[in-house]
Ligand binder design. Structure first.
Ligand SMILES: Cc1ncc(COP(=O)(O)O)c(C=O)c1O
Length: 447
């Protein structure tokens, strides 16, 4: 039987050495927990277009793309030139005052994202969801929030609940129990969070009705983890229920925003939330986030005419609205606006999924690739369709990790066990090489 880990170690000795050194200073040798996987993560040295190059001079076709933001690929010239121009012409990295690019970028977002009528910038997607939730609390004067099991909104207390709960602790399918997803989470967070079952409108409705007078917001990833498609009637039902009960509906579009299309999941589903959180692509590859929504709700943020600290919502951030970041995001959206761009990005994803599914069928392996647009996942399970977190957690994770290590050994980079993303920079030649790697990796799993 082939041993993907032994081959991985043989190809990446410098990464192992760098990682051992990093561990002496960085907990776990990494700067974000998502970057760690066993036996050790690869250290990259350079990138360009669809490619990553590691410290052992191995080349990879990149399907991680920094977990989604690099929809144009690495170092797209329009983005890089814009950042350089902004730094040159602006004469600094950041002004610390209002600047014109903020309004220009806010209007660009407003033009494309239906609910984004008024806009605030942050430095990350997680700050965007955090402030969206606080905005809902300030507006409704209620404290509890409802989130969906298996949905990720960032790494802070209010949302580090039931993201990847062990099924043994997660309660019945129809009424998930809030489970802590991190050491250090205070109990009051669990007490103030209602956990809902995705794509299950009758049970979601029961839980929302039960807590309706206490709920400030329902936050949802409209396409869960970027690859679990919503039933459109489920999202419509959620919209009606939140409207009926005066609850703010927040779409976390950090992953789907500008990836599913210029109007994100709102355009895809036709369902318009009250508030949206954006991130990733909106920063053009630099750190950024946005929360935006209905003027009546977002008005709680305005300090104009304020008489006391408690009569408006305090949102701040030294680097919020950083001009180089906004310019990079603006340049990215301008490329995405060109005809045919999304067609290419989605076509690449379709072809890779098709190759996986054909090869799995040829080898009679119970596995399949599934996703929406240019985001997809691959599951070693016979369950289909996969509709929610509980379905995904029944798949064979060990097999998937072996498959991913073998893809990496064959020059295709994906962060093991995480989704695949495609970009404008991926080519037909990349597709052919990727399909060969998929065949090799599947051979390993089959033996
Ligand atoms: C749906 C979703 N929300 C929020 C976040 C957090 O964004 P960031 O990592 O920029 O803080 C992520 C990150 O992957 C995400 O996928």
């Amino acid at each position: 039987m082939r041993n993907p880990e032994a081959e991985y170690r043989k190809r990446t000795p410098t990464s192992e050495r760098f990682w051992q050194k990093a561990r002496t200073t960085l907990p776990g040798g990494i700067t974000a927990n998502v970057k760690y996987y066993s036996p050790y993560p690869i250290f990259m040295r350079k990138a360009g277009g669809s490619k990553l190059y590691d410290v052992d001079n191995n080349e990879y076709i990149d399907y991680c793309l920094c977990y989604g933001p690099l929809i144009l690929g690495h170092g797209h010239p329009a983005v890089v030139e814009t950042i350089k121009r902004q730094l040159d012409e602006g004469g600094t990295t950041v002004y610390g005052t209002p600047n014109e690019i903020e309004t220009k970028m806010a209007n660009k977002i407003k033009r494309h994202v239906p609910c984004a009528k008024t806009v605030r910038f942050t430095n990350s997607g997680m700050e965007a969801t955090l402030h969206a939730l606080r905005t809902a609390r300030a507006y409704t004067k209620r404290e509890k929030i409802a989130k969906f099991e298996g949905h990720y909104h960032g790494a802070y207390d209010s949302v580090t609940v039931s993201v990847t709960p062990p099924l043994s602790q997660a309660g019945p399918d129809y009424a998930p129990i809030p489970v802590s997803n991190s050491a250090g989470l205070p109990n009051y967070i669990l007490e103030n969070t209602v956990v809902l079952p995705f794509n299950d409108l009758p049970n979601t409705e029961k839980l929302i009705r039960k807590h309706r007078s206490e709920l400030a917001a329902v936050i949802v990833e409209p396409v869960a983890r970027g690859f679990l498609a919503p039933d459109i009637d489920f999202l419509r039902g959620l919209r009606a229920l939140t409207d009926e009960n005066g609850i703010v509906l927040i779409f976390d579009e950090v992953m789907t925003g500008f990836r599913l299309g210029l109007g994100g999941a709102q355009e895809y589903s036709g369902v318009i939330p009250d508030v949206v959180a954006l991130g990733k692509i909106v920063g053009g590859g630099l750190p950024a986030g946005v929360f935006a929504g209905e003027p009546e709700i977002m008005a709680v943020l305005s300090p104009v005419g304020s008489k006391s600290p408690n009569d408006h919502l305090f949102h701040s951030g030294t680097f919020s609205g950083c001009p180089a970041v906004l310019a990079a995001g603006y340049a990215t959206i301008e490329v995405l606006e060109k005809p045919g761009v999304y067609d290419h990005i989605n076509w690449i994803a379709e072809e890779v999924k098709k190759c996986m599914n054909d090869v799995f069928e040829d080898y009679t392996i119970a596995a399949h690739a599934t996703g929406v647009g240019s985001m997809f996942q691959c599951f070693f399970t016979s369950t289909r369709p996969i509709r929610n977190y509980r379905d995904t957690s029944k798949a064979d994770a060990q097999k998937r990790v072996r498959f991913d290590l073998e893809l990496i050994n064959n020059g295709v980079y994906v962060r093991p066990h995480k989704p695949f993303y495609t970009s404008l920079a991926h080519t037909k030649a990349d597709l052919e090489k990727t399909c060969e790697a998929i065949k090799e990796a599947t051979t390993t799993i089959a033996t």
